[in-house]
Structure formats: C-alpha cells, structure tokens
Design a protein around this ligand. Sequence first.
Ligand SMILES: Cc1ncc(COP(=O)(O)O)c(C=O)c1O
Length: 367
Amino acid sequence: MNKKIKRSYIREILDATDENTISFAGGLPDKELFPLFELSKASKEVFKNSDCLQYSKSQGIESLREKIAQIYTDKFNFPTSKDEILITTGSQQAFDIILKSLDSNELIVERPTYIGALGAFKILNKQILGFNKIDELNTLLNENNILYTISDYQNPSTNIYSNKERKEFSKILNKKKSVLIEDGPYCFLNFKNKIKDPISKRYDNSFHLGSFSKIVAPGLRLGWIRANKNNINKLFVAKESLDLHTSSFNQMLMNEYLSSNNLFKHISKINKEYNKKMKFMAKCFKRDIPSFTFKKPKGGMFIYGSFKEDSMILAKKAIRENIAFVPGEVFYLNKKSNEARFNFTNASYKDIKIGINKLASIINSDK
Ligand SMILES: Cc1ncc(COP(=O)(O)O)c(C=O)c1O
C-alpha cells in the first residue's frame, strides 16, 4: 500500500458527516429527483430474466452500449457504434482502466481539477503537471503524455470551454499527438439544456468519459468510455483485471429504464430544478456572505468562489459546527488557495438557507 497518498479530503468529509451535518461537500445529486418509481418498475422487468444475475461480457451488455452510442450520434452528431463504448463501474473506474492500459507516465491537468482524478493518477505514481491557459499546452503536450480535461462545468471551477476554445484544444492536440482523456459527467447538465460537442469529436486519439451518476443515479455505479475501436480494444485486460465486468443487473436495469423512459426529458427536469437551487444558493451568499466572490455557473452542480478568509481554516471550523464544504486547496497539486466549492444540488432549500447563514456567523464571529 502506498502510504504517502492521503485519502480524498471529500471522501473523508463524507465519512465524517452524519444526519446533523448540512453538507455542501460531495458532488451528490438531489435524491428527490432520482427516478425511483421508473427504476423500480424497470427492475421488475429485469428480474424476469435470470441473465441479470449472471456473469456478462467485459465490454458491457450490447443493448446498453448501443443506446449510449446512439446518444453520441444523436446529441453530438458524433457517429459512434456499440463497439466504441466500454461500460465502466462509474466513470471513476475509467481512470484506472485507461492509465493501466497506456504507457504514458505524465498527465497534464487543469488547475484546479477533480480530486478523484488526482487520486487515481497519484496512486499509479503518474507525474502530474498543471496548466492554467490553453496556449500553455503548446509547450506541455507531447506524444508521450496525456491531457486530462473536463470540458463542461468543470469540477471544481464550473468553467465550460467555448466552441472556439474546443477548436484550439483540438488544433494543439492534432499537432502534439498526446492522448486525450475528456471527462464529461456534467456535459448534459446545462440549465438551458444546451449541449456542446466534445473536443474528442475533433481528435481521434481520445477517450471520452461519460456517467449516469449525475443524470440518473450515482449508486448504480454506471459509467462508460467512448473511444475508437482500436483504443477500446487496448482496455479489456485492465477492465477484466479490476472486476471482470460491471454489474450485469445494474446494466440491464439502466437498459430497461432507457427503453421505457425519455432520458433527456428527465435531464431537462433536473436542469430546471438545479438552476432554481443554484440561484437560491447564490442569493443566500449575496445576502449573508457578500465578501464571497463567484461567477454564477451555467450548469453543473457547484458554486466555486473565493473567500477573504483562509478557506481551509474556515472549512475545519465549519465542520465542527456541522457545515461541510470543500476548500479549494485540495483541487490543486500544490497551492494555497482561498477558493471553495459548494454543491447546491444535494441540500434542501431550507438547509441551504440555514447552512450559508451559519457559515456567515462563523466568519463574523472571528472579526
Ligand atoms: C469530473 C468528475 N469525473 C468523474 C467523476 C466520477 O463519477 P462516477 O460517479 O461516474 O464515478 C466525478 C464525480 O463527482 C466528477 O466530478
């Protein structure tokens, strides 16, 4: 066991919280919006077929891969076949699968970036370098390294790349020939249901990661990798070594859910509700902690901003008062920061109001 690597700050916070904690820490969806009834109905159908409890193919069940491929073809105009999809146990597993399957030892990541990706890269002893601006990639990228990017509602910064920026990425990638891992769990979570084409569409040596976690339910642990057939074929050994295949039951459940329901209607409902919650949290901040500066996101699940105070110290004080949020520092490789990430999707309106107000009292009691 590698003793030097600390656990994810967020997973530790999640373990430390209980029913008395108001948590803005995890990237948890609103459980009130889970399609419980529809999934329960689908499960009854799935249980009629005993294959749901049997071993299945490592790449994932065909009908589910077909449906995911169709989403790429229809929504991004990015022609994709079922052979270009590998089902993963959450998109988190994709990091491990891809990195164990390629020779590259260096990753180039946004500053700040997703803590779970940093953890996955570190445990495999990869070198990690950060970039702030796209043009830095002209010097950082080469054919032996990997670019890791979250193009939509980045976690934690909430940034989304414009179409012009996406073209810039693909231009540099086509010149430098690095591998691209484009992580897209939030790509459909635009408050106005607008979708941007992934960078991967313009760069073939790429792995686009998707997930049902934020658009259906994270407990099912269902994600996928979209890549050309040649790149998908490189991944099977690593996938098989991890878990042979992703849960047959969960895949068949999702397949049945997608057959009998309109996923994008459900996503549009989520987006509408999340927009309202985001605006509500933003209003609470403006009223109670006006010194916290942030740009309202256009989608995703977080508000990311800067405190005047040391956000790490504040987070520690807050957790003692049963309020959890994530200090920005943990999203950087090595940088002090007063930034902080607040999830607005999981807590109720009442808890958002109480939580931000309590946080304001903690800040004001120090003055
Ligand atoms: C950017 C990013 N990538 C990947 C994941 C992992 O998601 P999954 O639940 O599909 O493993 C998350 C979860 O928060 C995330 O924010």
